[in-house]
Design a protein around this ligand. Structure first.
Ligand SMILES: Nc1ncnc2c1ncn2[C@@H]1O[C@H](COP(=O)(O)OP(=O)(O)OP(=O)(O)O)[C@@H](O)[C@H]1O
Length: 358
């Protein structure tokens, strides 16, 4: 539904070139919720603004629902007719809602329909339908100042849906909201995704947002996508930074000369007694340093940090045994430089080492 190829954006600021996007290849499938996460300055806003050509990319292409937007003339407010038409099929939700304070809720939702030339009665009917869809039918006559943050964002979402888009872009839509309201707005986005088959591309700096609603995710750093995939693929990728952030597990080795492993269980493997089998088969004592079960992207996942006696060389065979059981095993290396979490939250300061031994 959305494909960017070699997307590059260079801003010229005070005689200096700033590369905000550095050859981004993004592929968002129809009907999925795709989250782009990264620290401040990683290029997330530039990406989303280039996807709907609010910002014209310096090079590269953006194809949305089969239309190459980069081939259409104009940008931002000066977009040509064809680009405006294509953009009306892409809804956009903003962090600070961007509602007009002098207009009622209903008039705010009607605004894009007015621009599209929809007649008065049809406009009002559609706006009321949309307000009903986002649970605000009773607020049609209210002004934005009379609404809570969550209600304002719902109006923003209703307005974004006015042009009957196939794609919804969300620019930190929940960053200004409290955790409870964030959950309800994310749930609304999820419901719209399921009920309307809407493809959602959202950018966020909060891993919880990705964890709650996304089918797929990408990690951005310095204008590049450094990891991307479905949540399942990420969790199954050894050493994946996103997987570790999505599902952190902590616990320190009890002493020197130990092998610490992060073991991820999903699917069938989650129900087999693999740890006790490992212990019996190799006659080793296994300590559990930390463990968690969680739902990530709608799937039950388990993760456990375990410790085996002896260094890694003595545990190559038991590690192979775990992998043969269909488990994903990451070896935690205490000597490696500290891994830097996306949000600086939780994850232990040890790096995970991608292994070549299977
Ligand atoms: N209009 C602009 N002119 C010059 N530089 C810009 C402009 N917009 C963004 N940048 C620069 O481009 C880089 C990427 O910015 P961008 O806003 O896309 O990142 P971000 O990941 O969305 O950050 P945040 O989460 O803080 O919004 C930054 O270095 C930023 O300073």
């Amino acid at each position: 539904m959305i494909t960017t190829t070699g997307l590059t954006k260079v801003y010229r600021s005070r005689g200096r070139d700033i590369t905000a996007l550095d050859g981004v290849d993004l592929h968002v499938r129809e009907g999925e919720v795709f989250g782009v996460i990264g620290r401040s300055g990683a290029g997330k806003s530039s990406l989303i603004r280039c996807v709907n050509l609010l910002e014209r990319p310096t090079s590269g292409s953006v194809v949305v629902d089969g239309t190459d937007l980069t081939a259409l003339a104009g940008r931002g407010n000066r977009a040509g007719k064809e680009l405006r038409r294509a953009r009306s099929r892409i809804g956009m939700v903003f962090q600070h809602f961007n509602l007009l304070s002098s207009r009622t809720v209903r008039d705010n939702v009607e605004l894009p329909l007015e621009i599209l030339g929809v007649s008065g009665a049809a406009r009002t009917r559609r706006a009321l339908e949309l307000l009903d869809l986002v649970g605000l039918a009773d607020k049609a006559g209210a002004y934005p100042a009379q609404l809570s943050g969550g209600q304002k964002q719902r109006v923003g979402i209703a307005r974004a849906l006015a042009g009957d888009p196939k794609v919804l872009l969300s620019d930190e839509a929940t960053s200004a909201l409290d955790p409870e309201t964030t959950r309800s707005v994310l749930q609304l986005l999820r419901d719209l995704n399921r009920e309307l088959g809407l493809t959602v591309l959202l950018i966020t700096h909060e891993m919880d947002v990705v964890k709650t609603v996304c089918d797929s995710a990408a990690l951005m750093r310095q204008g590049r996508i450094v990891e991307s995939g479905t949540v399942g693929e990420l969790l199954a990728t050894p050493g994946s930074e996103l997987a570790r952030e999505l599902f952190p597990v902590t616990g320190d080795a009890s002493g020197p000369d130990r092998t610490v492993l992060d073991v991820t269980f999903h699917g069938d493997a989650a129900t087999r007694p693999v740890i006790s089998r490992l212990s019996r088969t190799y006659n080793i004592d296994i300590s559990i340093l930390g463990a968690a079960m969680d739902t990530v992207g709608g799937r039950q996942i388990g993760r456990m940090r375990i410790e085996l006696p002896g260094g890694y060389e003595t545990n190559v065979v038991p590690v192979g045994f775990l992998r043969e059981q269909g488990l994903q095993v990451d070896v935690v290396d205490d000597d490696a430089p500290a891994a830097v979490p996306v949000q600086g939250n939780g994850a232990r300061g040890a790096a995970l080492v991608k292994e070549t031994v299977k």
